[in-house]
Design a protein around this ligand. Structure first.
Ligand code: NAD
Ligand code: UDP
Length: 345
């Protein structure tokens, strides 16, 4: 009998890559998603890669009854990974209540349904945004959580606080919260990847769309930061490395190796790259000149965010393995694949 794992947000970018890793490691996977930012075709992609078609339950987790029904149906699951959330930083500034409502009510329903069905092992997608503007880098997990710059980021900070409170009176539950730095890239097959709707907020999909001719030019938000070339530094992590970290976290919980009922880990490479370094890495890998222009700083951006990933390296026995050229190459392969589909070639 395979161990069943529920993956909310499972047709999304990180959820689908994690589903592939879970299936390849012998788990039975049930995806739970309302398809608000993804497509059910992802299930076909997962099947193409793994040879196994995961079950997809189309459920909006903000509805308590829908959540309770799907959990009752799968109450033989042994763990849950909660990816489901809205994630567009800029949109969250315009629609804060939608973000707080969606991200927090779905979390609260999921937590409650998890405990009601004795599923007991819960992994949460958090973000480096919970550190706000840190006083220095690299950032370790014991750095203070500061108010993030967007309602999206704040929903992650509040989510961690809700879980801290919830666990006090639900001691059968164990939680691992994973704070991602900057996930980029796609599965090496080019079959699944990130599908940004509308104008991308993030650097990597913006770069690949400019190179593919979907957008005219990349705007580089500021080159007057106190960094080696004046552009901000981020800790980019390959999405497949990120997926593998979820497997390690899950194993830690299933094997009862966790040292506290709620643990927190940074997931990053520990290395930082500037925006210009990412552009140049892309140009090298793709052989294309990227049309870009330096413009004013983007509000809320901080000069440097780099993780100290030692805790995850030691306790989860996980390390980011894939380098910048693999990240950039896989993102570019994925973009070319989407364009072929869109253009019907
Ligand atoms: P994504 O949008 O591709 O995936 C999220 C999925 O959740 C989507 O498929 C969406 O349809 C689903 N969803 C949203 N609200 C739902 C609801 N109420 N009920 C059911 N399904 C719902 O995003 P992603 O990049 O894969 O991110 C996954 C998680 O990781 C999110 O929680 C996100 O906040 C977090 N995260 C992402 C990044 C990043 O840069 N991608 C960085 C840090 C943290
Ligand atoms: N960035 C940029 N132009 C863009 C998008 C992003 O110059 O169109 C920069 C941004 O200022 C930041 C870095 O790229 O320094 C990474 O931004 P992203 O939005 O991908 O991730 P963040 O670190 O903000 O979560």
């Amino acid at each position: 009998m395979k161990t069943k794992i529920l993956v909310t947000g499972g047709t999304g970018y990180i959820g689908s890559h994690t589903a592939v890793s879970l299936i390849e490691s012998g788990y039975e996977v049930v995806l739970i998603d309302n398809l608000s930012n993804s497509s059910k075709e992802t299930v076909v992609g997962i099947q193409e890669i793994t040879g196994t078609k995961p079950k997809l339950e189309v459920v909006d987790l903000t509805y308590k009854k829908q959540c309770a029904d799907v959990f009752a149906k799968h109450n033989d699951a042994k763990g849950l990974i909660h990816f489901a959330a809205l994630k567009a930083v800029g949109e969250s500034v315009k629609r804060p209540l939608q973000y707080y409502y969606n991200n927090l009510s779905s979390l609260m329903n999921t937590l409650e349904c998890t405990v009601d069905n004795q599923i007991n092992n819960f992994i949460f997608s958090s973000s480096a945004t919970v550190y706000g503007k840190p006083d220095n880098v690299p950032i370790s997990e014991d750095f203070e959580m500061k108010r993030p710059f967007s309602p999206y980021g704040n929903s992650k900070k509040i989510a961690e606080e809700i879980m801290e409170d919830f666990i006090v009176s639900n001691d059968s539950l164990s939680i691992i919260s994973l704070r991602y730095f900057n996930p980029i890239g796609a599965h090496e097959s080019g079959i699944i990847g990130e599908l940004p709707t509308g104008t991308p907020n993030n650097l990597m999909p913006y770069i690949t769309q400019v190179a593919a001719g979907v957008r005219e030019k990349l705007l580089v938000f500021g080159n007057d930061y106190p960094t080696r070339d004046g552009t901000p530094i981020r800790d980019y992590i390959h999405v497949v490395d990120l997926a593998e970290a979820h497997l390690k976290a899950l194993k830690r919980l299933l094997d009862r190796e966790n040292e506290k009922t709620m643990e927190v880990f940074n997931l990053g490479s520990g290395k930082g790259y500037t925006v210009l370094e990412i552009i140049h890495a892309f140009e090298k890998v793709s052989g294309k000149q990227l049309n870009y222009e330096v413009t004013a700083r983007r509000e809320g951006d901080v000069p440097e965010l780099i993780s100290l990933p030692d805790l995850a390296n030691i306790k989860l026995q996980w390390k980011a393995k894939r380098d910048l050229s693999e990240m950039v190459k896989s993102a570019w392969e994925w973009e070319k694949k989407i364009r072929t589909k869109v253009n019907g070639e």
